[in-house]
Design a protein around this ligand. Sequence first.
Ligand code: AMP
Length: 444
Amino acid sequence: MKTFEEMDLIAPLQRALKDERYKTPTPIQAKTIPVAVSGRDVLGCAQTGTGKTAAFALPILNHLGQRNRKAVSQRPFVLALAPTRELAIQISNSFSTYGKHLKLRQALVYGGVGQGNQVRAMNRGAHILVATPGRLLDLMNQGHIDLAQIEMVVLDEADRMLDMGFLPDVKRILSQLPRKRQTFFFSATMSPSIVDLAQRMLTEPVNVQIESNSISVDKIEQKVLFLKRDEKQESLRSIVTADDAGQVLVFTRTKRGADVVARKLDQSGIKTAAIHGNKSQNARQRALEAFRKGHVQVLVATDVAARGIDIDGITHVINFDIPMDPESYVHRIGRTGRAGASGIAISFCTESERRELREIQKLLGNKVRLITDHSQPPTEGRHRSSTPHGKGSTTPRSTSGRSSARRSSRRSFAPANSSNGKPKNKRKQRKGRNARQRVKQASK
Ligand code: AMP
């Protein structure tokens, strides 16, 4: 495999890569960058967490850096299309990081916020435009953006773009692009509609296939916890307060669910934020920043809002609800184990979610071992010695033999329904303990 030094990249990019301490290209970078630099179209099948942003951002910056032109008002040279605001911001940040030694200007265009700043940025002129489809079309229709000068275009997370109903918008945008251009098309999955769209967009592309799930999923320890719906919150709390938990990203199926889970965690003393489509763009960015900086330990998100979250140090991804479609599972758990780090993904599965779980197992095949835990809840008497700590407390891991290790780890879980460390009644106490016991088994 070529090193970055052996790739045909200009010096300012090599410097930026050194600044970032990137030593070796990831597989998608090794396969994509040389062909992209040579001017070919690329059809990439890869998910986030594989380093695909740099795989397209570096060849683009290389092209722009070699030309050293002034940006032209309203007429960008490069367009990167992303399905969500979060991903668009992420891509834009990557362009800034890798392009920091180049004098290039960017504009970022997405919905949910006022358009004034975006229009001004386009009027000033930007070499690179990163955009979500809806707002881009709006600004094009109002005459603020002209795509006639586009030389390179990226469609990132094309599958999600289609899932979100952006196909008509994407087609309209494509119809405005010059025929002579270089195109990069990335998708985590290759359904027939994706292949059809790719065929319309690309000219004799080089196919770059990164083994499905091989990067993000292989490094992630995946577990499934079977429990009752009303045990989920307590189990979550136990995981978050356990010794090995750092930043924890939690997924719920609904926006309301995300709010409820976040509120309950917060009330039990664990700093938590929620992001979903009903929150304003500013609130979402604030929550993401707080999570990125570690000011909150837990971020509760819905699938769409979580696209593009790229935060190092997420130790656990918790599927509070099993996702409806198995691809979302891969996207969700790919938020941990990024760029070679390892991570833990724990999915909570109730009786009614087993069908979705089977679909996930089918998609992942034998590559990934889903550890299923059918353990019976413990009986009352076996846990009489349990002395829970107060809110959000953790207990140092015991190394002094099996039984004391067990006891100490059991103690480390405080019941969710307790504000002073004492359970309110026996039934709740039993329920909490059952959930904790299963979490403990899953944490092994
Ligand atoms: P992406 O798949 O583009 O979202 O990238 C996932 C993460 O990998 C990001 O945090 C990048 O900064 C990081 N990354 C990308 N390429 C490399 C590399 N060659 N070496 C180390 N980290 C990388």
